[in-house]
Structures are given as C-alpha cells and as structure tokens.
Design a protein around this ligand. Structure first.
Ligand code: MSP
Length: 526
C-alpha cells in the first residue's frame, strides 16, 4: 500500500462515442484542482484520466459513421479528448486509453488471475442490456417509455428500449463479496461520499448481489478473454481496471506500490460500478480497495442531466473562448455544492465573472499593485510594528482562519467550501481598502508609515490569494505572482505551500513589483 503522502486521484475514463461537454469538463477540473491542491501541500499527487474505447456503443457509432472503431477512437482522442485537457488547463500526469497495449496486457493478466483463483465461471446469461449505459439491467431498473417508445420499457437514463441478451458468458462471482463489501463500508465510513450515495449503495448491496456477466460472445470490439478467445471482456469490467493498469499493476510493482490505492472521483451515475463491482474485483485479486469513492452531482439543463444524447451538451470551448479557462474552472467549483447537482446558466456565470473575478479578485489585485507603484515607486514597503492597527491585526486573523478553513474543506473534498473561505479574504481585503482609503492617507506626508502598513497588508493578502487560488486559476495567479515579484523572492508559485499561505508577513519587502494587466478583462456579454 502506498505511503500516506501519496494522493492518487483518477477521473472516470470517458467514452469516445462523442465529443466532450461541460459535464465531462467539470469532472476533469475537479480532479485537477484536488490534485494540484494536494501537490501544493507537499503530497505525492498523481492525476489520471483517459478514454474508454471498447464496447458496443463505440462500435456502433463507428460503424454508423463508416469507419473502423480504432480509427474512430484515435480521431476523437486526438481531436477532442486530448485538446479538452489543454482547453481546461488540466495538469494530468497520465492519460490511459483502453486500447493501449499496456492496458490490454494487464487486463488479460488480471482475468487469468481471477480465473485461476476460481472467481470466474461459465454460465448462461439471459436478461436486458442498455447499450447507452453499457449495463445489464433488471426489469425493476426500467421505466415506461414515452412518445415513440410508449408501451415499451426503457432505460431511465437514455429513454430508449433496452435489448434482450441471451448468451453463454463468463461470470464473476460478485455475489460472494456482499459481506466483505458491507464490512468495508462499515469500517471505513468515508469510503463512499457523499452520505446520500453511501446510503444508496449500502441499501443496494444489503438487498443481495448477483454474479456479473463479464464477457460478450457476439462482439469483437474488446479485449479477448485469455482463457477463451471466442469472448471479449465486458467493457465495464476492463474499463475499471484502467486505474491499476495505468499505474503499473502487473508490470511495474514499484510504481504500483507508490500510487495505489486511488481516490475515485466519479459522477453519481457510475458510483455503483466504483463502490461495488470495483472493490470486489480488487478483493478477488488480493488487492487493496480504492481509498475513497467520491460521487459528484450532475450538471443539469432544464432539470435533467446534461447529455449529448438529449442534445443538451454545451462544449467547454463555448465557455472558455469567452471567459477563459480560469473562469470555467472557478465558476463550476464555486457555484455548485460539490456532491450535489447544479444548474448551469450563462447569466449566473457572467454575473459571477463580473462580481467575483473582474471586480472582486482582479480589481483588488490591480489596485494594490498600482498603488505600490504610484506611492512607493513600485517597491514593496517595509512596515514598523508601531504603525500597525487593529485593522491590520484583523486582516492577519482573517488570512490565518480562512486559509485553515480552506485547507480543512479541501481535505474533505468540499471544494465549494474552500472557495467560499478564500472569497472571504477577497471580500475582507476590499472592505479593508475601502475603510483605510490609502489614496487619502497618501496625501499626508506625515502618514507614510500608515500608508506603508496598509499597502503592505493588502499586498501580503493578495499574495495569499495568488497562492490559494492557484490550483483553481493557474493563469491569472501566475500573472499576479510575477507582478508581485513572487518567483524572485519566494520561488515558483506552485511550490508555495497552501497550508502556509495565510502568513501575516509572507511577502518579503524591498523588491519591486511589476506591471499587472487586468486579470479578468471586461466582457461585452451582449
Ligand atoms: N466510460 C464510463 C466510465 C468508465 S470508468 C471506469 C462513462 N463514461 S462517460 O463519458 O459517459 O461519463 C464519464 C463521466 O463524465 C461521468 O461519470 C461524470 O463524471 C461525467 N459526466 C457526464 N455527464 C455529466 C453531467 N451532465 N454532469 C456532471 N458530470 C457528468 O460513464
């Protein structure tokens, strides 16, 4: 098992049947921010993402477009899924594709291991299958269809009829793991979060588990079973394995030891796969279950999960082309309670951009840098203790308290709460400048000491903001950091410990600040 300093966070791997929408971007950004935050607190952080390329859904899409599935997947990965990472400034450490030889080889090794250990057997499967979900369904999972599907049972997520499957398959003995799974949930109460998803999973497992069909005989777009070449592996069974095939299981034990177990960040729709099937598979192989499964909510449009199938998908570019990637990253994590559903609206995005980024954080930063330039020839002034008042001591307390609050919230994955804490610092600093009116103090030659105290306190607060916001808004914070002379006097921004960001005198004095262009330019939202 990895050292406690290891922080391995993985996103689900994304289906390449279509291009990404902002729901996919939301997962990527959340994982990236958590990884950056932990890395910047000295953890051995590792972020993994990738693509899920096998199965019927991809095969059918490729065929409908008249190309081979591999060619279809290559094209989408290259033209859409890798560029998404650049669009959103995701600093992932690895990108796994389920068509990578490293994945295919390790999946076969895993299947052989489970087969040898007696956890895989042959049998007949008869039941329903939803290609959209790539999931076996029970009758009780289905709902009545509407419109063209009236009178039929349909999948609640896709609104389309399911298919009836009757095949000789291989099965994984999932039912054997019921007690061990329940024990895991009991012993590690934070294994599944949030609480609502945990309760749902516990109720589901308590009702009893069926064995899982893990092969398909009438499909050739998948990974062959090593013990029966007439079958390919059920797409979810091999997709889940990406988290260990990407981190050296079966090929680089040292790397695997260093990384595993992972934190699985997933949308709530796929929590069951990650909190039930996945740990059972690992238990069968004698491996540690994931460290934690955190299920975030959905981005909704018109009260429903945003999806391409329902034509409600919004391309991440549509937002970043106007507002920039920092604003995308900030907005979704700030506006939505992490773990709950949230609605996206252009109005809300534009309003927060203006109020919190342009007028709040951006304007505060510009004002502080330009006042140091104007009143102190651009040199960060030294402060005499005797010039400090209660107002500065209050700001010191705010920095220390809100930094601690942000760190504690991030430890609990409460990203929105961490951003709310950092926002208090912006708000307090703006209020402090309004009250202290340094532009008035500057007119009194005898009050140079007070002016220095106010501008230093503000600049140090802005330094703290550059550090605290940097995992979320790396571009704007990078600009601010260089304007503050941060790299020269304190080192690289991403090396600044977040836990220490709230220091009262964290910014050295005597060095020059540089020019600062507007961090969040005005946008004509007309
Ligand atoms: N390929 C599977 C996952 C296999 S993991 C071993 C899959 N792919 S997906 O592309 O359909 O969705 C992946 C993830 O995208 C979801 O779990 C979720 O994190 C994210 N989202 C997709 N639609 C979303 C919203 N409307 N809102 C928020 N997140 C969404 O499932």
């Amino acid at each position: 098992m990895s050292e406690p300093s290891s922080f391995f966070i993985a996103t689900p791997i994304f289906y390449v049947n279509d291009v990404p929408h902002i729901g996919h971007g939301y997962t990527q950004v959340a994982a990236d921010v958590l990884a950056r935050w932990n890395r910047q607190n000295g953890k051995d952080a590792w972020m993994l993402t990738g693509t899920d390329e096998h199965g019927q859904k991809i095969l059918r899409t490729a065929m409908a477009n008249g190309v081979e599935p591999q060619q279809w997947a290559d094209n989408l990965v290259e033209k859409a899924w890798l560029p998404l990472l650049e669009t959103l400034d995701i600093a992932n450490d690895d990108f796994i594709r389920t068509t990578d030889p490293r994945h295919e080889q390790a999946v076969q090794k895993f299947l052989t291991l489970l087969h040898d250990r007696g956890f895989i057997y042959q049998g007949d499967y008869e039941g329903f299958y939803c290609v959209g979900c790539e999931e076996y369904k029970q009758l009780s999972d289905l709902v009545d269809g509407e419109g063209e599907f009236e009178g039929q049972k349909v999948c609640p997520s896709h609104g389309r009829p399911v298919e009836v499957l009757k095949e000789n398959n291989y099965f994984f003995t999932l039912s054997h793991f019921q007690d061990r799974l329940l024990e895991l949930y009991r012993e590690q109460p934070d294994f599944i979060q949030p609480e609502s998803v945990r309760n749902e999973i516990i109720a589901f497992v308590t009702r009893g588990l069926d064995d899982l069909s893990i092969s398909r005989a009438q499909l050739d777009w998948g990974i062959e079973l090593p013990f029966d070449k007439d079958h390919v592996t059920y797409v979810w069974f091999e997709a889940l394995l990406n988290y260990i095939t990407a981190t050296g299981w079966g090929s680089d034990e040292q790397e695997f030891e260093r990384r595993w177990p992972a934190i699985q960040l997933v949308g709530k729709d796929i929590a069951r796969f990650h909190a039930v099937i996945w740990p059972a598979m690992l238990m069968a192989a004698g491996l540690q279950p994931p460290r934690r499964v955190f299920a975030h909510g959905w981005l909704l449009v018109g009260g429903e999960k945003m999806s391409k199938t329902k034509l409600t998908g919004i391309a991440p570019n549509d937002i970043t082309d106007v507002f920039g990637s920092d604003a995308f990253r900030y907005y979704f994590l700030r506006a939505i309670t992490f773990g709950a559903d949230g609605s996206f609206s252009w109005e809300d995005l534009a309003a927060r951009y203006e109020a919190e980024l342009a007028n709040g954080f951006g304007n505060l930063s510009s004002r502080v840098v330009s006042m140091i330039t104007r009143y102190f020839d651009g040199v960060v002034p030294e402060v005499a203790q005797s010039d400090l008042s209660d107002a500065e001591r209050h700001i010191h307390d705010v920095l220390a308290e809100q930094t601690a609050r942000a760190n504690a919230a991030m430890d609990r994955f409460m990203v929105h709460e961490a951003l709310a804490a950092i926002w208090v610092i912006v708000d307090e600093l703006n209020g402090y400048l309004t009250e202290q009116q340094p532009w008035v103090v500057a007119k009194d030659e005898a009050a140079r000491g007070r002016l220095a105290a106010v501008l230093y306190t503000a600049a140090n607060g802005v330094r703290a903001l550059a550090v605290l916001y940097s995992p979320v808004m790396p571009n704007a914070c990078g600009l601010l950091w260089s304007a503050l002379g941060g790299t020269r006097v304190l080192g690289e921004l991403d090396q600044q410990l977040l836990s220490a960001a709230g220091a009262a005198e964290g910014l050295p004095t005597g060095h020059s600040v540089g020019a600062l262009e507007p961090l969040f330019p005005r946008i004509d939202t007309e």
